[in-house]
Design a protein around this ligand. Structure first.
Ligand code: UD2
Length: 312
């Protein structure tokens, strides 16, 4: 069935890939993004594009008008930025999420419009469980993680108090084509590929034995769409949370060597002091998303890396 979806943050790394997939499936799309003016030329012409901040309830309400479902991805996605601009990013990351849930409530005819939220593995913080499943204690150690957890709590309120249908996806380390390397807070894979292609040193923060769970962008997009499909077929209020991850731990040192090999690069691996607060082990358990959303990450790390290198 053809629908019209709102994608907040639709000009970003994950959002733009989701918009392309929705259009390819024949759906209509509205994008609300603070960067919409700057990035307008990169947005497909048939998208209804609104420039604005999700922290402003009026523009969120306008964007929600007439849509059948909402994917909420707009956020200040850098942990470091959120550390520096705590109160301001709280207004955007948690306040923006409440604005989206509230607008979905007010715009729905009989009940709120279904919403899929981009949450993050950052909600687990220093939980320490391996692998992390959704029942592990959520104990964020950053403003960013706390606000993502706050969004999940408001999703529960949407369901319990307002009859909403909301799913929050805890995204682990997403990577793939479209992720830019030019900020110190970019994902490690985009930075390593950029450096390997230029023959520059790959800098590992710490000993390189820290472990991450990488998930390819197209798998994340599939997770979003499956989550929406489940909400659309649900007649009951619902607030669910799922990990979106590959389920496999990769050492950063191994990643650096793999990227150098795949790029056939003369780059060397060097070490620098570990980042303050860097989490040692982050591996998710995708079993619940598999069982309840039919989500199976289909890309092997090497294939995802090859696709990202080809794009870079
Ligand atoms: C990821 C998310 C972040 C948040 C967090 C929650 C990304 C880009 N960031 O942060 O938004 O959800 O998880 O825990 O997905 N590293 C190097 N050299 C580099 C860059 C990074 O060694 O040039 C290391 C870094 O110290 C870390 C690992 O690589 O141990 C991954 O770093 P990242 O910035 O890609 O992502 P992460 O896990 O810190």
């Amino acid at each position: 069935m053809v629908r019209h979806y709102l994608v907040t943050g639709g000009c970003g790394f994950l959002g733009s890939r989701l918009v392309s997939a929705l259009l390819a499936a024949g759906h209509g799309v509205t994008v609300l993004d603070i960067l919409a003016r700057e990035k307008a030329s990169a947005v497909p012409a048939d998208v209804r594009l609104l420039a604005g901040d999700v922290a402003q309830p009026e523009i969120v309400a306008r964007a929600m008008d007439g849509v059948d479902g909402c994917f909420h991805l707009a956020a200040v996605a850098s942990v470091e930025q959120c550390n520096r601009r705590w109160a301001e990013t709280h207004r955007i990351n948690q306040g923006g999420c409440v604005n989206v849930l509230d607008a979905a409530r007010l715009a729905g005819r009989e009940r709120p419009i279904p919403v899929v939220l981009a949450s993050s593995a950052a909600v687990y913080g220093a939980s320490g469980a391996i692998p992390l499943d959704e029942a592990a204690p959520a104990w964020p150690v950053s403003p960013y993680g706390a606000d993502k957890l706050g969004g999940e709590l408001h999703a529960r309120v949407s369901a319990s108090t307002f009859g909403g249908r909301v799913t929050a996806l805890r995204i682990f380390n997403a990577f793939g084509p479209g992720q830019v390397p030019d900020s110190p807070y970019s994902g490690v894979i985009s930075i390593f590929i950029d450096r390997a292609m230029k023959g520059e040193d790959l800098v590992i923060f710490g000993d390189g034995a820290q472990i991450r769970d990488f998930v390819f962008v197209d798998d994340v997009v599939r997770g979003f769409r499956r989550a929406m499909g489940v909400l659309e077929s649900s007649s009951e209020p619902r607030a669910a949370i799922y990990n979106v991850c590959g389920g496999m731990g990769v050492e950063i040192g191994h990643l650096a060597r793999t990227v150098i090999d795949l790029c056939q690069s003369p780059s060397r691996v060097v070490h620098a002091p570990a980042r303050t607060g860097d989490i040692r082990l982050s591996v998710g358990n995708p079993a619940a998303a598999h069982a309840e959303l039919g989500f199976v990450p289909s890309s092997r790390l090497e294939d995802g890396l090859a696709a990202t290198i080809a794009w870079a």
